[in-house]
Design a protein around this ligand. Structure first.
Ligand code: UGA
Length: 447
């Protein structure tokens, strides 16, 4: 009989994982502790913007016309405990207030709530990003709390999906990593992932600590790559070099690779910034803090980019104060194809200029509602053209396709001054300059 799967926590990770498991043919039951989320999901609606996710959900949510009916949602832990052979824990692990370490309270609460309902053999699979050593601790807690005792087993299976590509990354992962302690656990997970493994996804079996570390080290490497190229942008700026050409040229070396070398205002979002901090904190606890002191530098290079963007804008406006200056900001989300504004570099820059007296107007194709909630004092416009009307400077801070397709001649008619600063190195300087704009970006030659 086909395995029955539950998914605990229905954020980006959980909602996508639940829909993907239904797509792979399993009966799936999703649980969340937030009633509004469950109500939305039951109607086949997704609480965030993620391309393709709503379609996939509607294809499987029970009660929706024409759906497979394989995907249901509940708030009832007993129902989840009884239903599942495999339980995926997908709750989030944000940064703790005032500390670098990550907040494990949602993970801990999920285990405390689920375990007492495990009466028979069950595999609980952690997917959340956690400090190394957590799986070991949670495995013991599980056996202690579950009526099934040793038959309630743990595995760790980190997730590498990117927002904006979540559906594809989940259905066609570039690798599947499982930390297991028994053949039974490995066998069950091979069954869960049989389709992607047959299609070619590598299946890597490890112990618990390695599985946990694969996730944090992958995100640390990505963060390092971005801060490396941003450091090169700073040097290019000082030496009149061109960081975009430099990235292209070093990227031809296969050992370096082209990806994740886009210089700009740096990384944000709900993962990279908090993951490198939690990793440093955990290494400190383990007495290996020296090994990760370089991540402190990666973090500070990254945060510096935001301040430098503000200074670039000040300089472009003639130096001095932002008072009375109209500043248009294109982009609010931490990256394109997402409405996520958590630790968004774009909003950080917009907020800093606003606090210094600039009249900032923001437009983002999908992130407006979330941006308004986080920064209610900024002004917002309903389109790019409305945002730039009367602007003394335009800041391009999230590289949506919509912004690359803007016509600089049309925008030029709306602004007071044709001055554009590209914080993402994604616009074509020549196109803008030909239309009479002054184009500036960090680490790029001026015309
Ligand atoms: C990241 C990882 O890429 C995923 O593999 C991982 O699963 C996920 O975190 C997670 O831990 O859950 P995500 O947060 O969706 O995914 O965002 P990325 O695509 O990694 O982008 C992060 C930030 O880096 C964005 O602000 C982006 O604008 C910036 N970035 C990216 C650059 O500034 N330059 C680049 O070249 C690439």
């Amino acid at each position: 009989m086909a395995l029955k799967i539950t998914v605990i926590g229905t954020g980006y990770l959980g909602a996508t994982h639940a829909a993907a498991m239904a797509e792979l043919g399993f009966e799936v039951l999703g649980l969340d502790v937030v009633p509004e989320k469950i109500e939305m999901l039951k109607r086949g609606e997704v609480p965030m913007y993620e391309p393709g996710l709503e379609e996939l959900l509607r294809k499987h949510v029970a009660g929706i016309e024409g759906s497979s009916g394989r995907l249901r949602f509940t708030m009832d832990w007993a129902e989840v405990g009884e239903f599942g052979d495999v339980h995926f824990v997908c709750v989030n692990t944000p940064q703790k207030h005032g500390e670098y370490a990550c907040d494990m309270s949602y993970v801990d609460a999920a285990f405390e709530s689920l375990a007492p309902h495990l009466h028979g053999p069950a595999l609980v699979v952690g997917k959340s990003t956690v400090p190394v050593g957590s799986a070991d601790r949670l495995a013991a807690r599980l056996v202690e709390l579950a009526p099934a005792g040793e038959d309630a087993e743990l595995a760790w299976n980190p997730e590498f999906l990117r927002e904006g590509f979540a559906v594809n990354d989940t259905l066609h992962p570039d690798r599947i990593v499982v930390g297991v302690r028994s053949e039974r656990a490995e066998k069950l997970l091979r069954e869960v992932y049989a389709t992607p493994v047959t299609a070619g996804s590598p299946f890597v079996v490890t112990d618990f600590p390695t599985a946990e570390l694969v996730k944090t080290s992958a995100n640390s490497f990505l963060a390092t790559k971005i801060s490396f190229i941003n450091a090169m942008a700073e040097v290019c700026e000082a030496a009149d070099g061109d960081v975009v050409k430099l990235a292209e040229a070093i990227g031809h070396d296969e050992r370096i690779g082209k990806k994740f070398l886009r210089a700009g205002i740096g990384f944000g979002g709900g993962c990279l910034p908090k993951d490198i901090r939690a990793f440093m904190a955990r290494a400190g606890e383990l007495g290996a803090d020296q090994a990760l002191t370089f991540l402190r530098e990666i973090d500070s290079i990254n945060m510096r980019q935001r301040g430098q963007m503000v200074e670039l804008a000040r300089e472009a406006l003639g130096g001095g104060s932002f008072l009375g200056k109209r500043v248009a900001v294109l982009g609010a989300a931490f990256k394109p194809d997402s409405d996520d504004v958590r630790d968004s570099p774009a909003l950080n820059v917009a907020g800093q200029i606003h606090l210094q007296g600039g009249q900032v107007t923001v437009y983002d194709p999908k992130g407006m509602a979330n941006a308004r909630r986080l920064f209610p004092t900024l002004a917002y416009a309903d389109s790019a053209i409305e945002a730039v009307r009367g602007a003394d400077v335009v800041l391009h801070l999230t590289e949506w396709r919509e912004f690359r397709e803007l016509d600089p001649a049309v925008l030029g008619e709306a602004v007071t001054t044709r001055l554009i600063l590209d914080g993402r190195n994604a616009l074509d300087p020549e196109v803008w300059r030909r239309a009479g704009w002054t184009y500036r970006a960090m680490g790029r030659p001026t015309a």
